[in-house]
Design a protein around this ligand. Structure first.
Ligand code: GLA
Length: 422
């Protein structure tokens, strides 16, 4: 059955339900997508979409159009401005890099005007800087912006990316004819990437496109994908960040437990350093993305970024929480009228706690919490050392189990804490 499936035209395979037997057979053959050894901690890097979108106009906007020049400049800055040292490793191309047609051999090709040296050359350049290159394609007939989709060409596209030296694939879910095609397409591309033998992080949007039709099976999704988008595209606005957090809280029972090394929920890009968020709102995004064990994919302009935003994005204590090797996603455990309390278990019995002020009016809100209620009653039993990491670092000292912690949280801001059990 499996061999027969493998020899079928991809178009047909997409219409078929992959039987559990076929998948078992494939795994016996040694093709295990989840076990690709990648993304053991959440992926960190830069992704062009939110900031640069589908800007094709290199005549009028040479510095903002989707071109090899943009990525080469970002690669240079990732190294020279400390981003790489902070952990941001993957430089990722999103939609709109392609030429409108495949080449004569059916392969995807980069737009020749905007990427005159080609993706392989760009990958070599990015690798020479000690970074990795991500690329974008789509499971359906077209990408969301209307460029060639991978439907019917999964093997050839996976091989093309591997030949170019690509290290991550963001696989979008626009323009798919049916749910069966969508699900099988995501599965098939995972296997196709694996078959190339190259280590390629597989970033999916499978549950996002599936959810309107039926509940995603995360056991299945995590078997095939390294991370996956669940919810709408992030925008450069506080409304957008709030909606992502609200969705996460509502759905946390379903999604938190499936996160772990190699498989992460992706709440979309960090928009810190752009136009839409106040300082406190940027702090909230950074703190909560750390608590959620989210991929940290910035979408901003590294050529023009304030030193404050840069320091926030490069904050090593916060990144250490995001990248904690235990790999457990945090959750919201208390929601009051004005404050949400989130926590995340860390390695060595430590915990991260985020106190988020939901108010968008007034001054800093005084909030007091029993330390015995943190970390499922374990974090400070019999005591703990508490360090505030955001909005700025403050050593708060030793707290016995019976004590209360007093904080002040700015409107729409977050206080992020690290608790080391004593
Ligand atoms: C979808 C994705 C976005 C981005 C665009 C590109 O909307 O969710 O992240 O990749 O497509 O067209």
């Amino acid at each position: 059955m499996a061999l027969k499936l493998l020899s079928l035209d991809m178009r047909l395979v997409c219409e078929l339900e992959l039987s559990p037997l076929a998948l078992v057979f494939w795994s016996i053959l040694g093709v295990r997508a989840l076990n690709n050894g990648l993304a053991r901690t959440p992926t960190m890097g830069w992704l062009h979409w939110e900031r640069f979108m589908c800007n094709l106009d290199c005549q009028e906007e040479p510095d903002a159009c989707i071109s090899e020049q943009l990525f080469m400049q970002m690669a240079e800055l990732m190294v020279s401005d400390g981003w790489k040292d902070a952990g941001y490793e993957y430089l990722c191309i999103d939609d709109c890099w392609m030429a409108p047609q495949r080449d004569s051999k059916g392969r995807l090709q980069a737009d020749p005007q905007r990427f005159p040296s080609g993706i392989k050359h760009l990958a070599n350049y990015v690798h020479s800087k000690g970074l990795k290159l991500g690329i974008y394609a789509d499971v359906g007939n077209k990408t969301c912006a209307g460029f060639p989709g991978s439907f019917g060409s999964y093997d050839i596209d996976a091989q093309t990316f591997a030949d170019w030296g690509v290290d991550l694939l963001k696989f979008d879910g626009c323009h798919c004819d049916s749910i069966v095609s969508l699900e099988n397409g995501y599965r098939y591309m995972s296997l196709a990437l694996n078959k190339t033998g190259r280590s390629i992080v597989y970033s999916c949007e499978w549950p996002l496109y599936l959810r309107p039709f039926h509940k995603p099976n995360y056991t299945d999704i995590q078997y095939y994908c390294n991370h996956w988008r669940n919810f709408d595209d992030v925008y450069d606005s506080w409304e957008s960040i709030k909606s992502i957090l609200a969705w996460t809280v509502i759905n946390q029972k379903e999604i938190v437990e499936v996160a772990g090394p190699g498989s992460w929920n992706d709440p979309d890009m960090l928009v810190i350093g752009n136009f839409g968020l106040s300082w406190d709102q940027q702090v909230t995004q950074m703190a909560l993305w750390a608590i959620m064990a989210a991929p940290l994919l910035m979408s901003n302009d590294l050529r023009q970024i304030s030193s404050q935003a840069k320091a926030l994005l490069q904050n090593e204590d916060v990144i250490a929480i995001n990248q904690d090797p235990l790999g457990k996603q945090g959750y919201c455990f208390r929601k009051e009228k004005q404050v949400e309390v989130w926590e995340r278990p860390l390695s060595n019995l430590a915990w991260a706690v985020a106190l988020r002020n939901l108010q968008e009016v007034g001054g800093p809100y005084p909030y007091t919490i029993q330390v015995s209620s943190l970390g499922r009653g374990l974090a400070c039993n019999p005591g703990c050392i508490i360090t505030q990491l955001l909005p700025e670092k403050v050593h708060l000292g030793f707290y016995e189990w019976t004590l209360t912690l007093k904080t002040r949280i700015n409107p729409s801001g977050t206080v992020l804490l690290r608790l080391e059990r004593f």
